[in-house]
Write a protein that binds this ligand. Structure first.
Ligand code: ADP
Ligand code: MG
Ligand code: MG
Length: 883
């Protein structure tokens, strides 16, 4: 086996596509060498050595020592130096490098090979004692910290103490002798901490560092990171040993990092930072403020420190040229690390750069327009979930703002709503059709449902990585966290800020992009859906097979869905219409009625309102398919639950309070999720389904006239377990259709179908398909019923399950392919076996989850349906599934 791959001097044994063997860093160092770019020579010890190391009780393959010696000799030849040589020593860096960049892995050790002897040789060769001793003290601290686990601060304390004693402020004031003196102190500290002297033998140093890299593969940080990112342990890490170049050799030396394009905006302009007379991590460590790379950036930032373009013009020009070469070669935005030694540029790393969603979009589209990548590749380059950041409304820049306070901009987008102080309340208000902002001191996992229900989240405590911030970003909801000026009084249900007290229900607006908290409801601007976004979406639509619909019932949601490119409504939840203030009373009257006649009287009041709802939806959707689900939730959800509310309802309806209480008791259920709901209501009270069907058909007749389009409603019966249920409800629907046709003289086209959301329905799909013209997999309920887990109660244990790796991801977020997914697949197959043209879709949270969309595409569903905001995400995910 070949364990070691060399690179340098315009060639390399490895190349970019050998990441599995050489790690990302090593493969790209090889590739840059092959491109003839200036890369300090070095070699990569492969990931297979790491695997071997752990398979053989933490020992190396027998040949490794010899292979490393040989590679070291070759690097020595290329650099004209020799590792361990007292007169002309080769110094190296030891750098870890897994396949994917992985925080938790060992930090880099620089200047390895220095000892009491070689430091003087380096001083002589460089003609600079200070440089040599500065490098040596850096090496001792790095080696101690990274390899031996003796933290930096031990040495920093010594340094700080010395500076105070000498009256120095900056490290640059220390002379060669100062560093030489400190080095004796550092070495004494090392011995005191570890009970042995600092290793003087360069080979011992080297193998110590190599062992530390492999050891770090199994440290807790790395293990946790791998678990969170599903990186298999078997991958292993590589080790890169590379000859040193020095950015700390005075004013013509420097070190820096740069992106070929701006990683936050995507702008096509070199973007980065550098530091003169510095080494390695100084740039990111934040000890000194780095300088801008280009004059343009410097002027823009109003900085007085010279840019690299001005300070090191030759090296800058070389770097600019190389960054173009690299971007063209890799056909992607690159993130690069470089060092300038006495005016000469050296490349130390390149990789595809991390970027914001906005930048990803712009870069993908521009690279395609520049001809560097194809349109399909551009489609594949943008993470669908990242579009979330771009799809939220922003505060109209022309709007007047009354800023109450400013917290942290924790999750982008702006939102207005009524203040509520608890998650339960957020849910309750949302169910009643109110938009709310959840205001909390901080949030915890029990608040998830309320966070879901809220338009936005505002907390007075916690930072950018607080629970509220992390969860809100995950949900794509605006969040302002850590607004410390807020005084929340849960008992009084008030919030005080800038001298003003707000009650529950008062309107506020939050801007998660700026962190501002604003008084009242501020006008919003809908997201910019033109430009690169529209271009990329157009490209995505060209390649995808899967159609994308939206879950929508209000006209506003339906319009939003269309503007986001929805190709119909996949789920219109009629019960949401029932909560409307204008009709909840009639709904309650219907529920309280003692007999069919009483119910019919109340339903007659609801009919024209429902009809109007559907007319508007059909008109907005202009002939696109609209799937309407019959009433689904348990009836008791519509009844008043507090004493005060009950009293009010009793008065309005002219009935006794006792009657309401009795009905509430009758309808009370131990487990409503599995109770009197779905088609069970339509079977017990067919007149409800009849009214809804009639409203749909009458609306279809009206909308066909106003739009000039054929309106083909798809009527969906929820929670079917047997074909018989569908037959009974289907007959009610068809009878209503016949009646409307008779009355209006119009000819109706419609479909009757069902939700498949119970395991039995999936298993019986062949039978059910005899009566259903379409299936919509209701994977929210199907997940609950397949796992036997109530989503509303899962909060207490599901987190632990994910943590322990029992489930990979929350099955309510991303479809459980192995279980729930198999039921969907089986249901689809059995359904289509009976009825080959059976229309198949999915609705629920999974419809907007990229991984779930991919699964839906793979099993041949016709469409996914998701919330309007996620429609573009689903379109892009569907396109990527088809690539
Ligand atoms: P990370 O993976 O954390 O980026 P690196 O291995 O890239 O770690 O090392 C960090 C920094 O150390 C590099 O950006 C570079 O500035 C410096 N460095 C690493 N190797 C060398 C070297 N051979 N010569 C000079 N500087 C180096
Ligand atoms: Mg690096
Ligand atoms: Mg359901």
């Amino acid at each position: 086996t070949k364990w070691v791959y060399t690179f340098g001097d315009g060639k390399a044994e490895g190349k970019a596509d050998m990441k599995n063997l050489l790690g990302g860093k090593g493969a790209n160092l090889a590739e840059m060498s092959n491109l003839g770019l200036p890369v300090p020579p070095g070699f990569t010890i492969t990931t297979e050595v790491c695997t071997y190391y752990y398979a053989h009780g933490e020992t190396y393959p027998a040949e490794l020592k010899g292979d490393v010696e040989k590679a070291l000799a070759q690097v020595g030849e290329l650099t004209g130096k020799s590792f361990g040589d007292a007169a002309n020593p080769l110094l190296v860096s030891v750098r870890s490098g897994a396949r994917a960049s992985m925080p938790g892995m060992m930090d880099t050790v620089l200047n390895l090979g220095l000892n009491d002897e070689t430091v003087d040789a380096v001083a002589k060769l460089a003609g600079d004692r200070r440089f040599a001793y500065d490098s040596y003290r850096r090496f001792i601290t790095m080696y101690s910290d990274v390899v031996m686990g003796v933290a930096h601060h031990h040495y920093e304390e010594i340094l700080e103490h010395y500076k105070v004693e000498k009256g120095y402020i900056l490290d640059t004031e220390l002379s060669a002798d100062d560093w030489a003196f400190l080095i004796t102190k550092y070495k004494a500290k090392y011995q005191a901490e570890l009970g042995k002297p600092f290793p003087q033998d360069p080979h011992e140093q080297l193998w110590g560092a190599i062992g530390a890299v492999f050891g770090s593969w199994m440290n807790n940080r790395a293990i946790t990171y791998r678990r969170l990112h599903a990186i298999p342990e078997s991958w292993g890490t590589a080790v890169n040993v590379q000859s040193m170049v020095f950015g700390n050799m005075g004013e013509t030396s420097a070190t820096g990092v740069a992106f070929t394009r701006n990683p936050s905006t995507g702008e096509n302009a070199l973007y980065g930072e550098f530091l003169v007379n510095a080494q390695g991590e100084d740039v990111v460590a934040g000890i000194r403020t780095p300088q801008d790379l280009t004059e343009r950036a410097r002027i823009h930032a109003g900085s007085t420190k010279p840019s690299m373009e001005a300070a090191l013009p030759e090296a800058f020009k070389a770097f600019e040229r190389i960054s173009h070469i690299l971007e063209n070669h890799y056909r992607d935005m690159q993130d690069m690390e470089f060092t300038v030694e006495k005016g000469k540029l050296w490349m130390l790393q390149t990789r595809s750069g991390k970027r914001t969603g906005k930048a990803a979009l712009r870069i993908a589209v521009e690279l395609a327009n520049e001809g560097l990548i194809t349109e399909e590749e551009a489609v594949g380059r943008v993470e669908p979930g990242s579009l979330d950041q771009l799809l939220h409304p922003a505060i109209d820049p022309k709007a007047e703002r009354t800023v109450l306070t400013t917290g942290l901009p924790a999750s982008p987008g702006a939102a207005s709503g009524a203040i509520v102080f608890s998650a339960d309340e957020a849910e309750a208000w949302k169910d009643k059709g109110r938009k709310v902002i959840l205001v909390r001191a901080e949030t915890s996992p029990e608040d998830i449902n309320g966070m879901h229900a809220a338009e936005g989240i505002l907390t007075s405590r916690g930072g950018m990585t607080s629970h509220a911030a992390v969860v809100a970003r995950g949900m794509g909801k605006p969040c302002v966290s850590g607004a410390g000026a807020l005084r929340i009084d849960y008992a009084a249900q008030t919030m005080t800020v800038s001298g003003e007290t707000f009650k529950k229900g008062d309107l506020i607006t939050i801007d998660g992009g700026t962190g501002q908290v604003l008084k009242g409801e501020v006008p919003m601007q809908q997201p910019e859906l033109s430009g690169e976004f529209a271009t990329l979406m157009g490209w995505a639509d060209k390649v995808r097979r899967l159609k994308v619909r939206a879950n929508a019932e209000t006209p506003a949601d339906a319009r939003m869905a269309r503007s986001f490119g929805a190709e119909g409504i996949g789920l219109c939840r009629t019960e949401h219409m029932f909560f409307d203030a204008g009709r909840i009373l009639a709904v309650r009257e219907m529920i309280l009625a003692d007999d069919e006649a009483g119910r019919r009287a109340a339903l007659a009041k609801l009919l024209p309102m429902q009809r109007d709802d559907f007319v508007e939806l059909f008109e907005i959707m202009k002939g696109l398919p609209v799937t309407i689900r019959l009433l689904d939730p348990p009836l008791h959800e519509f009844l008043p639950h507090t004493e005060a509310e009950t009293l009010e309802v009793a008065k309005s309806l002219g009935v006794d309070v006792e009657r309401i209480e009795r009905r509430n008791k009758e309808l009370h259920e131990m487990n409503p999720m599995l109770g009197f709901r779905g088609c069970r209501i339509a079977i017990a009270f067919p007149e409800i389904a009849e009214m809804q069907a009639r409203a749909i058909f009458e609306a279809a007749v009206i909308a066909a006239k106003t739009t000039g389009e054929t309106v083909v409603p798809e009527i969906m019966v929820p929670l079917i377990a047997t074909k018989a249920e569908l037959d009974i409800v289907g007959a009610v629907i068809r009878k209503a259709a016949a009646a409307v046709e008779e009355e209006t003289g119009a000819k109706l086209t419609f479909q009757v179908g069902t939700m498949i959301e119970l395991p039995r329905a999936a298993l019986q799909a062949d039978k059910i398909a005899e009566s259903a013209e379409f299936f919509s997999f209701g994977t929210n309920d199907l997940t609950q019923t397949t796992f036997g887990v109530s989503r509303d109660d899962a909060g207490t244990f599901l987190g632990t399950y994910v943590q322990k790796g029992i489930v990979e991801t929350d099955p309510f977020v991303s479809i459980d392919v192995d279980g729930v997914g198999q039921l969907v697949k089986l249901g689809a197959e059995r359904g289509r076996a009976t009825r080959p043209n059976l229309k198949l879709g999915i609705c629920g949270e999974h419809g907007g989850d990229p991984a779930s969309v991919k699964f839906c595409d793979s099993i041949g569903l016709d469409y996914v349906s998701c919330s309007p905001f996620r429609v573009p995400i689903a379109r892009l995910a569907a396109a990527q599934a088809a690539l």
